[in-house]
Design a protein around this ligand. Structure first.
Ligand code: NAD
Length: 511
């Protein structure tokens, strides 16, 4: 079947109803959603107003006041049930992700698997929100550190991981005793509706099984950035976790700091890999191809800059060019496709202007052109490989499209310096079998990114590690390790169980 002939509107309706969303939630509204697969409309959602958003914060705050007193392992039980609902709905929700974002089938399913994984992680965590006992200088005293729920957590998410980002935040925030309000990307509200419906199903089961949960524990706001702004400016929202472009972070961060609110900022990346003389080139080829072309270059961790040692340049780059020329591009819902469409025309235009800039700066471009098919409103592109004489112009910015800039290097330290010489600091890789180079790359003088890998590409993180990046990537950490601490407040408690009152530092104050 040609792409243009696929009826995704009907399939979307069927999937949403299977996932528990009422038809009137995604029909007859003002927020029109198109599938990047066909470029055609698949839903029209009713939007919330700023007043609705404000009211939702007030309700979520009330929910927090009750939820914070539910024991953490019991809160974990709700997240366990959410994980079960996601397991049962994996095929349908994964398919919906593919339809709404244009991800290939395995990546749509992979996104839901990530949601399941973080639920499992958070369930275990719900019994491990531990503090410390600290030695005190005063006799018959005990000093300890405890972690308490924080409040309403505002989650603002980007289009390219339309539901996984919510789950990283939601699963942790909920076990930590917080209520949540989600403002998904206006480009991907349908998968958000479906995810919210699955959460509500889990909540119903939780309550039916005797769990205590307040109303309005998790809310969903449908609409544009102005709803995000209501969350950002509301004093009843102590933490905003915002995922998106650096431009968004630049607008949000000062407003949050103005009211001393906390921020988890997960912003743009400009991820690089260094290919050293001893690299296993077969493995490198696969690692680079997936990281640079996967998800049509629309991951925050997509590989965008490649530094190749001069001794292996002529062995690797022609093989890469061949891979770029033969990769299967097209309908992401068909098995065998590796590269689906760009999200929209705006993304296509940005890609074309970056390539024009690269050419003007002396770059040699392979690919990058639009792949013609009968879906005239969809934007399929051949991934672009651009050999650059130096790291300049568009190489220094994130263009959210499949463009890989390739540069030759001769000296390892110089490559490392160039690697770190961009404003972003999300993910990075080195391909080498030289132990000194590998260790140097992950050391304090190596990659300055939040993620630094050896012999694998920069994209495709697991939920067990803390995820996030430095510099203009925003500094936030989500998901695994001790990222949960961002969703709680820390209290230092000192308890005097004696009959005297010794003061710290030997201070005397007898009245
Ligand atoms: P975007 O910045 O256009 O939008 C992201 C979200 O922010 C949307 O929900 C949008 O409505 C909201 N928003 C925008 N301006 C706002 C404002 N002033 N106040 C409040 N909310 C506002 O991003 P996008 O195009 O959806 O996503 C792509 C970008 O996201 C890329 O730069 C990518 O690297 C980045 N990203 C980063 C990560 C990460 O973990 N670091 C993950 C995914 C995507």
């Amino acid at each position: 079947m040609t792409i243009n002939a696929i009826d995704l509107a009907t399939e979307t309706k069927t999937l949403l109803s299977e996932l528990g969303v009422q038809t009137d939630r995604f029909t007859g509204g003002t927020l029109r959603v198109t599938s990047p697969v066909t470029g055609k409309e698949i839903g029209a959602l009713k939007e919330h107003s700023a007043a609705d958003a404000k009211a939702a914060v007030a309700e979520a705050h009330k929910a927090f006041l009750a939820w914070r007193s539910v024991p953490a392992p019991k809160r974990g039980e709700l997240v366990r049930l959410l994980g079960e609902e996601l397991r049962a709905a994996k095929t349908a929700l994964g398919r919906l992700v593919s339809i709404e974002v244009g991800k290939i089938t395995s990546e749509g399913l992979g996104e839901v698997q990530e949601m399941i994984d973080i639920c499992d992680f958070a369930v275990g965590l719900s019994r491990q929100l531990y503090g410390l006992t600290i030695a005190t200088e005063r006799s018959e005293h005990r000093m300890m550190e405890s972690w308490h729920p924080l409040g309403v957590v505002g989650i603002i998410s980007a289009f390219n991981f339309p539901v996984a980002v919510w789950s990283w935040n939601a699963a942790l925030a909920l076990v930590c005793g917080n209520s949540i309000i989600w403002k998904p990307s206006e480009k991907t509200p349908l998968t958000a509706l479906a995810t919210q419906a699955l959460f509500e199903k889990a909540l119903k089961r939780f309550v039916a099984e005797g769990g205590q949960a307040p109303a309005n524990l998790a809310a969903l706001l449908i609409g544009g950035r102005e709803l995000g702004e209501v969350l950002v400016d509301n004093p009843k929202v102590p933490l905003i976790s915002a995922t998106g472009s650096t431009a968004m972070g630049r607008a949000v961060a000062p407003r949050l700091s103005q009211r001393f609110a906390r921020a988890i900022l997960e912003l743009g990346g400009n991820n690089a890999a260094i290919i050293c003389p001893t690299a296993d080139l077969d493995l490198t080829l696969r690692g680079v191809a997936f990281s640079a072309m996967g998800t049509a270059g629309q991951r925050c961790t997509t590989l965008r800059r490649l530094f190749v040692h001069e001794s292996v340049y002529d062995k690797l780059v022609p093989r890469l060019q061949k891979a770029y020329g033969s990769v299967s591009i097209g309908n992401p819902l068909e098995s065998g496709t590796l590269v689906g469409p760009l999200i929209d025309k705006q993304a296509f235009d940005k890609m074309q202007s970056a390539l024009a800039e690269a050419k003007a700066a002396g770059g040699t471009v392979t690919g990058g052109d639009r792949v013609e098919n009968d879906a005239s409103e969809a934007y399929y592109v051949r991934p672009a490989l651009v050999e650059m004489p130096s790291q300049s112009g568009p190489v220094e910015h994130e263009t959210f499209a499949p463009i890989l800039y390739v540069m030759k290097y001769s000296d390892f330290d110089e490559a490392l310096e160039l690697h770190n010489a961009v404003p972003q600091g999300l993910s990075s890789s080195i391909f080498t079998n030289d132990m000194r180079e590998a260790e140097a790359f992950v050391s304090a003088r190596g990659s300055d990114c939040g993620i630094a890998n050896v012999n694998l590409g920069p994209s495709g993180a697991e939920i067990g590690g803390a995820f996030g990046g430095e510099k203009e990537t925003g500094g936030g950490r989500e998901s695994g390790s001790d990222a949960w601490k961002s969703y709680m407040r820390r209290a230092t408690n000192t308890i005097n169980y004696g009959k005297t009152l010794p003061l710290a530092q030997g201070v005397k104050f007898d009245v």
